[in-house]
Design a protein around this ligand. Sequence first.
Ligand code: GLV
Length: 315
Amino acid sequence: MGTVFVSGALPGGVTAWLAGRHDVVQHDGGVATEAFSEVAPRLEGLVSLLTDRVDAALLARAPRLRVVGNVAVGVDNIDLDACRARGVVVTNTPDVLTEVTADLAFALLLGAARRVGEGDRTVRAGAFGGWTPSYMLGARVHGATLGVLGLGRIGRAVARRARGFSMNVLYTQKRRAPETVEQELSARFVDLAELLGQSDFVSVHCPLSPETRHLLDRERIASMRRGAVLVNTARGRIVDEAALADALATGHLAAAGLDVFEDEPRVHPALLSSPGALMTPHIGSADRHTREAMARLAAENVDLVLSGNPPKTPV
Ligand code: GLV
């Protein structure tokens, strides 16, 4: 039994489950609330959302904190070094969201390539003037080259989908994947420059870290193939949004499929007015079963640590 702050309404009765085991305080406003400040001095567990900043200042206010269960696979909202220094265990929610996030990445890839958002807006506006041979031509997906930036769990699931579309798959990351994985996915390891220069589609699946912040900067975006499509379902800050908007405006990139943004929930105004940008509001893992599984896993991790056991999915 410890005091646990739950930062937001969790689906699937997870908060009630946790409240059966611990003294739970839940507040929808997250860690930036009075409710959190009030409970912080006696806090032992935190179920955090990706919108919560868990940094050294927060840890200093919660000196008894032992575990942070983030309801996300990404942990860029958490200062891992500061947690380590204080002996605070951090957990995330891998695996349970892999396939649904890959589904959304592929939906954005297809939708951006084939101008689905633009087409929908055109029809709704009553601006569909009838079929003509060169009306609203898009980019061909079947047989094209996909560059996967980060062949982790989600990157692999996207590569697997790409095989069903007869795509040629390239990937890059720090360390080469095992040969068995490369063979299963028919994926070829290349460096970032080659991936950007060769790919018709680039899909981002690496974590956000100081190393990957603006990994796709203005220069690298300029080095992508003319007419290429960029898909980002990882974290907005991996891509220089202003440079991306410029590349769409000049036609250097044909389209972009974006589920994440640099400064959420704000979206760069130039993207909002870009017909080639197909955008969703950070819903990569948003189906009911997945969100329940994520919440349950985060709560179980917190409960395990508070009862002296190793968590299921430590970072
Ligand atoms: C969502 O963005 C996550 O990291 O789970």
